[in-house]
Ligand binder design. Structure first.
Ligand code: MN
Ligand code: MN
Length: 464
């Protein structure tokens, strides 16, 4: 028997994550660059779930998709989308194989942490006008003060007419702002924990200061602001009751670093998975599988509500597809496979203590396969089967996809969850997969272009 060298033996037996750049040729690098530039445009355009769904609808139409209604006949080759209330969307292309072979589903979410307006938000105090807010999702509240904010959302008036609002994104637009205390007077504040330094009721958004011209009037700043809003949008104070308005960071996504290998932007979690999911669906037209992309809402607040991943709408669509194509819906679900496409926490050398480096995701190490999420003894996780993880590994190896395995931080440090468990409970195979993010849930997060590109390649391999 030939004796294998130690080096070869190590090569053969050790698991060694590799850097995407060591595995890309110039064609790959060019494709990565093109994709990154369109991703940056998408990030700039879609900062809320509604804007992401509008983007998906537009891109779907450009790619030959049309709107689906429950009960409509469906046949192989059809490209359809179901727009759920403008806040989540299911896009699917019907494959040539029998529907009972199951679907290939990629599910990402398009809501991101932010600061929502309360339903009666407007007031004045200390010669300034403000909006009261209630933050949305897991944020470190102090990060949202003293940064430029844009206002996005929709107001539905009593008569049902709707007004879209988006202020703070164009060069000439005003922006909005949350105050913080000057260090000179912050001795008490600085002694508090970072969680307590800025309270939820202090996240009030500064929106103006000019009084209404009539000197006899009361609440003149508030009146002036309402009068401006009425002139521009035809809305009165009570209309905030039926509005969904939120403050998001006003800065545009940008490349980071001398080598431009990273992208900074608001809402990488989880648009950095939503974007390649869409692109992969559009680019795998010839697959025999029936492929579906889900862009879900409300993941950041627990996936509840009729646009979150817990909604029956998902099962309803599969039932409808099974009916229309002559399959048993239970069999369709049992044979379906899903990538729960969500981000993982990239190892950050500035905060080494919270990561266990053998099981952490690293920037530029490719798409992250996360077998389980959860916390404190894997509580609240899907924990994908070994069989299914092996299936995905095989697909990726065959397609030259660079991937890594990770969990979210050290055991007992914290944890997190994704939509995976809500899909798994419907009797569907599912594993978490996505991009490593630096400074997750901050107003400005960071990802690597190489990881975005490998996530796209992984999703293409899955659809094929
Ligand atoms: Mn996420
Ligand atoms: Mn998140």
């Amino acid at each position: 028997m030939d004796k294998i060298s130690t080096k070869d033996l190590q090569e053969k037996l050790f698991y060694k994550p590799c850097n995407v750049y060591d595995h890309m040729n110039s064609t790959d690098e060019a494709a990565m660059e093109t994709m990154s530039q369109s991703y940056i445009r998408f990030l700039a355009e879609a900062k809320t779930e509604r804007e992401a769904v509008a983007y998906a609808v537009r891109r779907a139409k450009e790619n030959g998709f049309s709107e689906y209604q429950f009960g409509q006949p469906v046949k192989a080759g059809d490209k359809l989308y179901f727009n759920n209330r403008g806040k989540s969307i299911y896009l699917f292309r019907v494959g040539s194989e029998p529907i009972e072979e199951g679907l290939r589903i990629t599910a990402a979410h398009v809501d991101s942490p932010r600061v929502d307006l309360k339903q009666n938000p407007l007031y004045e105090d200390g010669n300034m006008g403000f909006f009261k807010t209630h933050y949305y999702g897991g944020i470190k509240k102090y990060q949202w003060t003293t940064v430029p904010l844009a206002l996005h959302g929709v107001v539905i008036k009593k008569d049902g007419t709707s007004v879209d609002i988006k202020i703070g994104e164009e060069a000439g637009d005003p922006i909005f702002y949350i105050n913080d205390l000057l260090p000179h007077l912050a001795a008490d504040q600085m002694r508090k924990t970072m969680a307590e330094g800025i309270g939820g009721e202090s996240l009030n958004i500064l929106i103006g200061s000019k009084p209404y011209e009539d000197r006899e009037a009361t609440d003149r700043i508030k009146l002036n602001l309402l009068s401006l809003l009425y002139d521009k949008y035809g809305i009165a104070e009570a209309d905030f009751m039926s509005a969904e308005l939120c403050a998001v960071p006003a800065f545009p996504p940008r490349e980071i670093g001398f080598d431009r290998s990273l992208i900074g932007g608001y809402g990488h979690d989880d648009r950095v998975c939503a974007f390649p999911a869409l692109e992969a669906l559009f680019d795998t037209d010839d697959s025999a599988h029936t492929c579906m992309v889900i862009l879900a809402d409300k993941e950041e607040i627990g996936s509840d509500g009729n646009t979150g991943m817990k909604t029956w709408c998902f099962v309803d669509i599969i039932n409808e597809l099974a009916d229309a194509l002559g399959g048993n819906a239970n069999t369709v679900r049992m044979h379906s496979k899903c990538l729960s496409a969500d981000v993982n926490a990239a190892f950050d050398p500035n905060f080494k203590d919270v990561y266990e480096p053998k099981n952490a995701s690293f920037v530029n190490h490719g798409v992250v396969l996360t077998k389980y999420t959860g916390s404190r003894g894997k509580s609240g996780t899907n924990d994908a089967s070994a069989e299914y993880v092996a299936f995905v590994r095989q697909l990726f190896d065959k397609a030259g996809v660079v991937y890594q395995t990770a969990e979210l931080g050290k055991v007992d440090i914290g944890g997190g969850g994704t939509v995976a468990k809500y899909i798994a409970e419907k009797n569907i195979e599912v594993v978490d997969l996505g991009v490593a993010v630096v400074s997750m849930h901050a107003p400005y997060e960071v990802i690597a272009k190489a990881d975005l590109y490998m996530t796209y390649k992984g999703m293409c391999a899955f659809n094929q």
